[in-house]
Design a protein around this ligand. Sequence first.
Ligand code: PGA
Length: 255
Amino acid sequence: MNAPRPLIAGNWKMNGLTEGATALTRDLLGRLPDANGGPEMLVCPPSTLIARVGELIDGAPMSLGGQDCHVASSGAHTGDISAAMLADAGCQYVIVGHSERRADHGEGDALVRAKAEAAAASGLVPIVCVGETLEQRDAGEAVAVVTGQVRGSIPEGQGGSALVVAYEPVWAIGTGRTPTAADIAEVHDAIRACLNDIAPAADAIRILYGGSVKPENAVEILAIDNVNGALVGGASLKGADFWAIREAAPTSPTS
Ligand code: PGA
C-alpha cells in the first residue's frame, strides 16, 4: 500500500507569548500553498495560545494540537487540561507521553495509554511518543525499549489515521545529535512490525521521527522507509526552518 500522507508537527513546548506566536503563525500561513496538498502541517502551541492560534489558522490547511492531556474529561485537577477541552478549543491532535513529561512528571506507559484513550474518546488523534535513553542505546536495548513502550502506550483497537506514533530518542531531543539513518530505519521498521502485530490498519499509522530535526538533516531523515513525518521542537519556532522541513518531505502519492 502507499505510504501514509506525511505529517510535519511542530511542538512549541513551553515557548511563546501572544505577539511572537501570532507572528510565527502568520509567517507559516503566508507560506502555505493554496492547494491543500503535500504533507499535513500541525502546530502544537502551549495551552494559553491554542485559542489564539486556532483563530488565526481557521479555514487554512493547518492542523492544531495540544501537548498533553489529563485522563479525565473534567473535574478537580488543578492546572490540568482535558482532551475534551482541547477538542473544544479546535484541536485535532494531542501529544502524549513526550519524554519530557515521562521524565519531568514521572509518566509511565500505563498513564500514557490512558491519556491516549482519553484523547481518542474525545475525537482527537493521539501522538504517542516513545524513545530510548542514551544508556539504553549504548546497552543495545533501543529496539526492545521502544517496542515495549509502543506495546504499553498505544490504546487497544486504535490504528489507521486515528493514531500517530513518534519515535524520539531522548538523547537526540534538543541536543543537535541525531541517530544515523540506519539506526532510525531499524527502529522505525521495528515499530511498524510491532504495530502490524497489535493494531488495526497498521500500514496507515504514521510513525514520526523527532529529535533535532533541522532543515539540514530533514531530507535524509524524511526519505527513510517507515518515517512518515517529523515531530519538530526547536526548529518549529522559526517559520523558515519549519517550512524548510515541510519542503523536505517526500510528496506522497496519497496526498
Ligand atoms: P527538538 O525537539 O526538535 O528540539 O529536538 C523535538 C521534540 O522534543 O519533540
